[in-house]
Design a binder for this molecule. Structure first.
Ligand SMILES: C[S@@+](CC[C@H](N)C(=O)[O-])C[C@H]1O[C@@H](n2cnc3c(N)ncnc32)[C@H](O)[C@@H]1O
Length: 247
């Protein structure tokens, strides 16, 4: 039997009753029905992987998360919009001495990630199945050591550019939760997204580490290609890899 993904997680409009600010989310929350195995991952694993109280209903006072309780003294990394989770699990498995928090509102992607976590057996991961802006509210200031934004939603139409992650609405709270010196990696296949990233991210308090003009062509040494990157390559688009340091 295939259950519909909407059964897995309620929509969060009710958060507004709890005092949450209006935050328009334009992406997909659910796709095709989930396989029974994926529904089982969500039912059985998701709660234990919670980073703590992130949603407004659970945490209306926005008490900061206890990252020490979560990962001890390990450096904490953050991946926004992990999609199917291949990169996040790869990083967690490669670096067992860090803790990584991933967030993704698309519940089918969350289910895919949970399957990969089971297979890899990694224990240094936490998952927020929702919007990164809710996570920014409750991450302690200067708590994140490294962050990944891999193939963020491109929003190609000019009137939609303000929905992109690389806008002050996201970058200001993001900057606050990163440690000074933290690395921030961005991958995108959209030239205009590169333009906006190179304009907006330095303005938000980061320096671009692309010293040579063609640096953006070379993936990081510990890179693993994501589902979205594979699609971009099949469709003839060029990946760009941008590395910043939080000032
Ligand atoms: C184009 S997909 C790329 C997924 C994955 N990183 C990859 O490379 O295959 C962008 C992802 O960002 C997620 N996303 C969009 N807005 C987000 C937000 N506000 N917080 C967290 N994730 C978000 C989307 O749900 C989507 O899965």
């Amino acid at each position: 039997m295939r259950r519909h993904a909407s059964e897995a997680r309620p929509m969060t409009e009710s958060t507004h009753k709890s005092g949450a600010p209006w935050r328009n989310f334009y992406g997909r929350l659910k796709g095709k029905g989930l396989r029974d195995s994926q529904q089982a991952y969500l039912d059985e694993d998701l709660k234990a992987l919670s980073p703590g109280a992130v949603d407004w209903e659970e945490n209306p006072d926005r008490t900061p998360l206890d990252l020490k309780a979560l990962f001890g003294d390990k450096p904490v990394w953050l991946e926004t919009g992990f999609g199917g989770g291949e990169h996040m699990v790869h990083q967690a498995a490669t670096y067992p001495d860090i803790g990584i928090i991933g967030c993704e509102p698309y519940i089918n992607g969350v289910a895919m990630l949970l399957g990969k976590i089971r297979k890899a057996g990694c224990e240094n991961v936490a998952v927020h199945p929702g919007d990164v802006r809710d996570l920014f509210d409750v991450l302690p200031p200067e708590s994140i050591d490294k962050a990944f934004l891999l193939y963020p939603d491109p929003w190609p139409k000019k009137r939609h550019h303000r929905r992109r992650f690389v806008t002050p609405e996201y970058l200001e709270p993001f900057h606050k939760v990163l440690k000074p010196g933290a690395e921030f990696r961005v991958a995108t296949d959209i030239p205009d997204y590169v333009r906006q990233t190179l304009e907006e991210v330095p303005r938000a308090g980061f320096e671009w580490l692309g010293e040579r003009a063609d640096d953006w062509r070379t993936p990081w040494s510990d890179w693993i290609s994501t589902r979205y990157e594979q699609k971009a390559l099949r469709e003839g688009r060029t990946p760009h890899y941008l590395t910043f340091r939080r000032i």
